[in-house]
Design a protein around this ligand. Structure first.
Ligand SMILES: [Zn+2]
Ligand SMILES: [Zn+2]
Length: 265
């Protein structure tokens, strides 16, 4: 028994996270080719035909690329709010009416024994959300693709056991890097992405709650690299009196492979 979580892939090039209990298997986002997601699931011993739902955070292509394909191939319901459905419908192709599930951002719901609580996040998409998923007293939150945090998000997420938290870019790499100015501004904006520093500062708040495990996620390929994200966040935590490795486990997700699989019991 317990709640399992594994980031299959994470980054600006595609995102998909597996969360499951003994009887319920869920994906949050399906932003890579179907064959990659299927292989990722099989590597951790999950049969894709047993998936009970794909939860969609927002309609950017790195989150929905194979949602339609996976739904049609394995008859999986897709869960998204109304505005996200409207924004992605033309991209993911025809979905069987029985597999179109619409949630309200402010209302939690169940997929079998897993409770799903969406929460609004500030990002430049139609109606983007993060998700908290609970099984019994265990809680996991996915908090990526947000330009900034606010007290409501921190409050929702801080009683999680494990958080997948965005550390998108290093501010200096972004500023001096090759992106066009407009794109740099978009990423740095209040509705863009969290920098490594933002992520560290958010974590200082989150560790005041129940959070014991954090996976840094959605790293930019051009404007970040895993060791830099890890070092920056670790530096901010330790300067704030949090001992990484003792008070909190800090781990990484990857663009091209799965993270460690965590089993919360
Ligand atoms: Zn994204
Ligand atoms: Zn996005």
């Amino acid at each position: 028994m317990g709640l399992k979580v594994c980031s299959l892939f994470s980054g600006s090039s595609g995102n998909s996270t597996y969360i499951g209990t003994e009887r319920t298997h869920i994906l949050v986002d399906a932003g890579l080719a179907g064959k990659n997601i299927i292989a990722g699931l099989q590597n951790i011993g999950v049969d894709p035909s047993e998936l009970k739902g794909i939860l969609i955070t927002h309609e950017h292509i790195d989150h929905i690329k194979s949602a339609g394909v996976m739904s049609r191939k394995f008859n999986i319901p897709i869960y998204a709010n109304e505005k996200t459905w409207a924004a992605m419908e033309g991209v993911i192709g025809r979905i069987s009416p029985a597999n179109i599930r619409i949630f309200d951002n402010d209302m939690d719901f169940y997929i079998q024994d897993i409770n799903v609580q969406p929460y609004k996040i500030p990002h430049d998409a139609a109606d983007p959300v993060g998700f908290s998923l609970c099984w019994q007293r265990k809680k996991i939150s996915i908090t990526t693709d947000l330009g900034h945090t606010n007290s409501k998000i921190i409050k929702t997420v801080m009683d999680s056991d494990l958080v997948i938290l965005e550390a998108n870019h290093d501010l200096n790499m972004l500023k001096t890097g090759p992106y066009p100015l407009q794109l740099k501004r978009r990423i740095m904006s209040k509705k863009g992405h969290l920098s490594n520093e933002d992520s560290g500062r958010a974590l200082l708040e989150l560790v005041k709650g129940r959070v014991t495990h954090v996976l840094l996620a959605h790293l930019s390929k051009e404007n970040n690299y895993p060791q830099l994200a890890m070092d920056t966040v670790t530096g901010i935590l330790e300067a704030g009196g949090v001992r990484v490795g003792r008070d909190i486990v800090l781990d990484m997700t990857y663009r091209d492979r799965a993270s460690n699989l965590y089993h919360l019991k």
